[in-house]
Ligand binder design. Structure first.
Ligand SMILES: [Cu+2]
Length: 142
């Protein structure tokens, strides 16, 4: 391989990487958008099943797959760290998606301390730019 060919390949690779990065850029959302857990409140003692009510101001809720400006859908993070803001949010018992545009849910939790956090995701389940993330609250299930 000549130096010129190698250089051309590198440039091509660079260009496609840039293209790739751009296509995965986070969806913009109003900097005023705020997610918060309406209920339960931090430190509250509750019984299972726990009804969790999602709050959102400065933006709207839209179902997953719907690309509408300044909207997203809720994700409830249960007993897990805040997810990576640059990736699509995982889907398991600790990362629940509300892709139907739901604004509340009921979850079964064993007795003890638990943490809850909301993260808004775009049509492709990726957190927005800037990320809309609630405070993590701790609750005690009796
Ligand atoms: Cu999602």
């Amino acid at each position: 391989m000549s130096i010129k060919t190698a250089l051309t390949s590198l440039l091509t690779l660079g260009a496609s990487l840039t293209l790739c990065a751009n296509s995965f850029a986070s969806t913009p959302i109003s900097p005023n958008a705020k997610a918060y857990i309406v209920s339960p409140t931090h430190g509250q003692v509750v019984t299972s099943p726990v009804t969790v009510v999602f709050g959102l101001t400065g933006a709207g809720v839209a179902p997953a797959g719907v690309n509408k400006e300044n909207t997203g859908h809720h994700h409830l993070i249960i007993n897990a760290a805040t997810p990576d803001m640059s990736k699509s949010i995982g889907k398991d018992d600790k990362h629940k998606h509300f892709g139907g545009g739901q604004t509340q849910t009921s979850i079964d939790l064993p007795p003890g301390k638990h943490t809850l956090q909301l993260v808004l995701g775009d049509a492709a389940h990726v957190p927005h730019n800037p990320p809309v993330v609630s405070k993590t609250i701790e609750i005690i299930v009796q």
